[in-house]
Design a protein around this ligand. Structure first.
Ligand SMILES: Cc1cc2nc3c(=O)[nH]c(=O)nc-3n(C[C@H](O)[C@H](O)[C@H](O)COP(=O)(O)O)c2cc1C
Length: 218
């Protein structure tokens, strides 16, 4: 009888281990009542924009989220390998209150827009064949995420391009989440002609990664 009991005990313990391994380990439900969980749940790509201006404050907040300086240190809102910060943001503007249409470079340390090209160039993106997605040009602002490879390459050599891609993705997510917090919409757009985007934006040493049109949701 004792032998039978011992056998059954070993059998049940053994099958419990096998059963758990096959079923996987069920996690508790994620905590969804916190602000960031709500933002992540609601994040989605928006491709239809209302004909409504963005305010300068909204644009400022979007750019700061993407690549701004923190008040508490010389570091930024996104992490960067070796704090070398290869990412540079540009913005093509059409309908921004109190800002002339043009292409601007966002100078992170001074939180300043520096004019690159004057005038509304959104249609040029389409006409010059840089991009084939017409809805992009309907956004009041189009943020361009770019990088300067040499900043990261010196230290990280062949790892630099994957590090830079990761950093560009962090900027993208910050822009998505900040747009959503402000009640705005955006979408990552990677399907474009690099050389033509460079020409329209008048880039020099920067290489484009993603366009992010931002506007009020239609
Ligand atoms: C690197 C990258 C490139 C993308 N390129 C485009 C694009 O060229 N055009 C577009 O409409 N959406 C583009 N998207 C958006 C995806 O289509 C979108 O994230 C996906 O359909 C999931 O939908 P969601 O963002 O609403 O969750 C891109 C997204 C990423 C991350």
């Amino acid at each position: 009888m004792k032998k039978l009991f011992a056998f059954l005990l070993v059998f049940f313990l053994f099958s419990a281990v096998i059963f758990t391994a096959e079923e996987g380990f069920k996690l508790p439900a994620p905590q969804k009542d916190i602000a960031l969980s709500k933002l992540l749940e609601g994040r989605e790509s928006v491709r239809q924009f209302a004909e409504k201006n963005l305010s300068l404050q909204e644009l400022s907040t979007i750019l700061w989220a993407g690549q701004g300086m923190k008040s508490s240190s010389k570091k930024r809102t996104t992490p960067s390998a070796g704090a070398l910060y290869p990412i540079e943001l540009f913005v093509m503007t059409g309908n921004i209150s109190d800002l002339k249409a043009g292409i601007y470079h966002y100078d992170t340390p001074s939180h300043t827009l520096k004019l690159q090209v004057a005038g509304d160039k959104r249609k040029e993106l389409l006409e010059k064949g840089a991009i084939r997605q017409g809805w992009v040009a309907t956004a009041p602002a189009i943020v361009l995420i770019t990088y300067i490879k040499s900043r990261t390459e010196g230290k990280y050599k062949e790892r630099s391009i994957s590090y830079i891609a990761v950093e560009g993705g962090a900027v993208m997510q910050n822009v998505y989440l900040m747009a959503q917090s402000l009640g705005l919409g955006t979408c990552a757009v990677g399907a474009f002609d690099d050389a033509k985007v460079k020409a329209v934006f008048n880039l020099k040493e920067e290489e484009p990664i993603l366009l992010m049109p931002v506007g009020h949701i239609k």
